[in-house]
Design a protein around this ligand. Structure first.
Ligand code: URA
Length: 422
């Protein structure tokens, strides 16, 4: 087998054979196929696609590149959730302890942010002492004793995806449905969860900008999970505007704790409960009431135990950025658009995200929103507050907000998108 014939097959719109797929994934993981060759193949896949048989084989080959975990020793059913990524998407933080409080075990292997989308691990690392890197034994111990664990995937899990995802990120080949579906599902199947709920984001702040593409991605991933024996369901959810009122690491932890305390923004609460219901159903847990577990403090108890078990202090003050800059509404009226992508870029430029994997992030940086689409605003009132430790970044962040919102005449009828689209 040689890599050039594999690249040519896909370049010429052919179907990759199972042997070609197994060989190229294995050779790339071992370093026998070079990055420039794999990036040519990834671009050919982005342009010419893969059919379901190819995607299933590609996913299986990525799983086979590393180890598989299993949670058979746990007494509770496992339920996991994966979001395809968005702005202000802090849902994993309240969701994992909430679902644990309702009786499932939640093994949540999470990632870091890159570009305009935030990462769960970066958010949690703003809690003093909290550790994302756990050994497999530590992960199982935290899961067993607290019901939920949120941590980084170990190096042994789907190593082919680790290499390929980093390569796609710098070669403009992230937004390919076969590559996204196989990347996400190889990690989830290798992780060994019994059930999985996918939160497939749609809108300007998501990888999938329209609902047709999101539906295709969702059904591809549900098919991959189901065929591997993982009970898998997907929700299509809105990412045209940020979730909640914050985008940034410590800012989002603070908002998540508000949700766990029974408050917090309505959209975050609604999506957290909707996903919790799906996870509990997929895990076969009946008669649990996630809304009650938020209200009666049991989700908060699980959060505190989970954070402490990973070295964090749930009572410690969260970091606050050194400088703030308030942007006011330019006119009075009804806010009809507050763009997720533009806000995500601003938060990233302020220091909440990184441009390269090795860059540090600022815990306190980000954007706080004072209004959401559908709200009435008055000229001069605060619309967003920018937070950063490096005030020289304010101008750069402000450039991304130049056309981030629309304000219609006072009294304009406007109904914001529902959070759960399908
Ligand atoms: N998240 C992943 O894990 N992989 C992708 O390709 C996109 C989002």
């Amino acid at each position: 087998m040689d890599v050039i014939s594999v690249i040519r097959t896909k370049r010429d719109k052919g179907e990759l054979s199972p042997e070609q797929i197994d060989w190229v994934i294995d050779a790339y993981t071992r370093g026998a196929v070079a990055d420039e060759q794999m990036s040519a193949l990834a671009m050919a896949i982005l342009l010419n696609g893969m059919n379901r048989t190819e995607i299933a084989r590609w996913t299986a080959a990525m799983i086979a590149s590393g180890e598989r975990m299993n949670f058979d020793s746990l007494s509770r059913p496992t339920a996991d959730k994966h979001s395809t990524g968005g702005v202000g998407d802090k849902i994993t933080l309240p969701l994992a302890p909430l679902v644990a409080a309702c009786g499932a075990a939640v093994p949540q292997l999470s990632g870091r942010g890159l570009g305009h989308t935030g990462g769960t691990l970066d958010k949690l690392e703003s809690i003093p002492g909290w550790r994302a890197l756990l050994s497999n034994e530590e992960m199982l111990h935290v899961l067993d004793t607290t019901g939920a664990v949120i941590c980084a995937a170990g190096d042994g899990l789907a190593p082919a995806d680790k290499k390929l995802y980093a390569l796609r990120d710098v070669t403009g080949t992230v937004e390919a449905i076969p590559l996204i579906a196989s990347s996400i599902m190889s990690k989830k199947i290798a992780e060994g969860t019994g059930s999985l709920v996918l939160d497939v984001k749609v809108g300007t702040g998501a990888f999938m900008k329209n609902i047709e593409d999101a539906r295709e991605l969702a059904s591809t991933m549900v098919g991959l999970g189901t065929d591997s024996g993982v009970r898998t369901v997907a929700l299509l959810t809105d990412m045209s505007t940020p979730l909640g009122l914050t985008a940034g690491n410590a800012l989002e932890v603070r908002e998540s704790v508000e949700v766990l305390a029974g408050g917090g923004p309505a959209d975050v609460v609604e999506l957290t409960i909707a996903l919790a219901r799906e996870m509990l159903e997929a895990a076969g847990i009946k008669d649990a009431d996630p809304a009650k577990a938020l209200a009666d403090g049991s989700a908060m108890d699980h959060w505190r135990r989970m954070i402490a078990a990973q070295g964090g202090d749930p009572d410690a003050a969260l970091p606050v950025a050194r400088e703030q800059h308030v942007v006011t509404a330019p006119s009075s009226g009804v806010l009809t658009r507050l763009d997720a992508y533009d806000i995500g870029i601003a938060a990233w430029r302020l220091g909440a995200g990184r441009a390269r994997k090795e860059d540090p992030v600022q815990a306190g940086a980000g954007v706080e929103l004072h209004a959401k689409p559908g709200d009435t605003v008055t000229a001069g009132q605060p619309l967003v507050t920018l937070h950063t430790d490096t005030p020289e970044k304010f101008d750069y962040a402000l450039q991304s907000l130049g056309s981030a919102w629309d304000i219609a005449a006072p009294g304009t009828e406007f109904t914001p998108n529902p959070i759960v689209l399908d």
